[in-house]
Design a protein around this ligand. Structure first.
Ligand code: AMP
Ligand code: ZN
Length: 451
């Protein structure tokens, strides 16, 4: 079996991956808060963990991996959007969720096995909050439930900070009902205009962190193999998830994986810099989803990655070349060096270097197999885009053919008809003139020979 090595944020080292149950490898990845289109940074964890999911399925079998990614559909940003637009929360989260799935499918991401919505798990979150209070790790105060950070010895271990450093550096909210400023919210009260659920502490809503602890437990059990997300989530989100779950006596995640952030043309993406855009913006500009995926995978997930228009152009050229090479080719065996790169903590840059080598060696079946594993179908990618030159040439030749017919030069007319067919240009004569279309076998050289 392929030896997979993964870098674990919790241990700050790379180690052989050993699933607890090879029949059911379990992974949880923090999903989006659904109130707006996903920006291109949001697609990075999706593409990274989709690639890991595909690798795990390849190694352990497609039916032996469970991948859970949540939708955060309760959040103050969603409430604010609903109030701004005068729409219901459900309408906004439903619409945004559908957009998200569409956009992520366009960049070649498989849907996870489970995509729980936080609002379907409120009961489990309340249960966990009660459990934490019983165990002395949380307390109720003024309609809130707060996690007692000082009650958990290992708090800060994931991100490698001490509680005192965190207090000094973090924007912790001081509130009169908190025992300690570091204590974080598990549950908070909702006023009449804010969505809320009945609870032992009055009508309210969950904090963000409890959602992942409750859903991971409900769907993956006490202990699971991999937990992923962007590295902006390491603290406080993941630190707080760990604290809650461990204090409930759960083993929780063994391997923690975090992708680095994405930038645009060397700068942090921000609305004020005018370099903020969504996956949908790129798709609408005609950037194929495969190109986005390829650019992302060209940088290792633990390195900052820069989106540039130049990279997108290069990726498109490469993919067109490869699509032509593998068109109609059946996949061969997966190249061992390619797989070894991928298994080495998802060295996708190394894996892509190997694709270039396979292309160079003319090994189309191996290239096809490797592209399949990486999630590139490249359907329709090998087709020529019809440039003005090609369209102009076809129009000229069609005029030629009409003139040949009119002057009863049947030899020339027939030669053109056969020539179009041989060049892969499909001609349909209609009442309003000839219409044409390029078949996948289109051959520009043969067309030019007809001049
Ligand atoms: P959010 O909806 O803001 O909670 O983010 C969803 C996911 O996108 C999280 O895993 C974040 O870590 C990730 N993410 C947000 N911004 C970026 C970025 N610029 N680059 C990479 N990942 C990001
Ligand atoms: Zn989470």
């Amino acid at each position: 079996m392929t030896d997979i090595q993964l870098y674990n944020t919790a241990t700050r080292s790379k180690a052989p991956f050993e699933p607890q149950d090879a029949e059911n490898v379990r992974m949880y990845v923090c999903g989006p808060t659904v109130y707006d289109r996903a920006h291109i940074g949001n697609a990075r964890p999706v593409i990274v963990f989709d690639t890991l999911y595909r690798l795990l399925r390849h190694v352990y079998g497609a039916d032996h991996v469970t991948y859970v990614r949540n939708f955060t559909d309760i959040d103050d940003k969603i409430n604010a959007r609903a109030a701004r637009d005068g729409r219901s929360i459900r309408e906004i989260t439903g619409e945004t969720t559908a957009w998200y799935l569409e956009d992520m499918a366009a960049v070649g991401a498989l849907e996870p096995n489970q995509m729980p919505r936080a609002t379907d798990w409120i009961g489990e979150m309340i249960e966990m909050a009660e459990g934490l209070i019983e165990r002395g790790h949380a307390y109720a105060a003024e309609g809130h439930v707060l996690f007692r950070v000082r009650s958990y010895q290992d708090y800060g271990a994931l991100s490698g900070r001490s509680v005192d450093d965190m207090i000094a550096g973090a924007r912790v909210e001081v509130a009169p009902f908190k025992e300690d400023p570091m204590d974080f919210v598990i549950w908070k009260p909702s006023d009449a205009d804010t969505p809320g659920w009945d609870s032992p502490w009055g009508r309210g809503r969950p904090g963000w962190h409890i959602e992942c602890s409750a859903m991971a437990f409900g769907l993956l059990g006490d202990s699971f193999d991999i937990h992923g997300g962007g590295n902006d989530l390491t603290f406080p989100h993941h630190e707080n998830e760990i604290a809650q779950s461990r204090c409930m006596g759960h083993g929780f995640a063994k391997v923690w994986m975090h992708n680095e952030m994405l930038q645009v043309e060397g700068k942090k993406m921000s609305k004020s810099l005018g370099n903020f855009f969504t996956i949908r913006d790129l798709l609408d500009q005609g950037v194929p989803g495969e190109v986005i995926r390829f650019v992302f995978l060209s940088t290792h997930y633990r390195k900052p990655m820069d989106w540039t228009a130049e990279k997108a152009r290069e990726a498109e050229t490469t993919l067109r070349k490869w699509a032509k090479a593998v068109g109609g080719v059946a996949p061969g065996v997966v190249d061992p060096a390619f797989l070894a790169a991928l298994a080495d903590d998802l060295n996708t840059a190394g894996a892509i270097a190997r694709l270039h080598a396979l292309y160079g060696a003319g090994d189309a079946p191996a290239l096809r197999a490797a592209l399949d594993l990486l999630g590139f179908t490249l359907d329709g990618f090998g087709e020529e885009t019809v440039g003005d030159d090609v369209a102009g040439l076809i129009e000229t030749l069609l005029k030629d053919r009409a003139e040949a017919r009119a002057s009863k030069d049947f030899a020339r007319a027939d030669a053109l008809r056969d020539g179009f067919a041989a060049a892969g240009v499909l001609i349909k004569d209609t009442a309003s003139g000839a219409e044409w279309e390029l078949s996948p076998e289109f051959d520009l050289t043969k067309l030019e020979a007809l001049k």
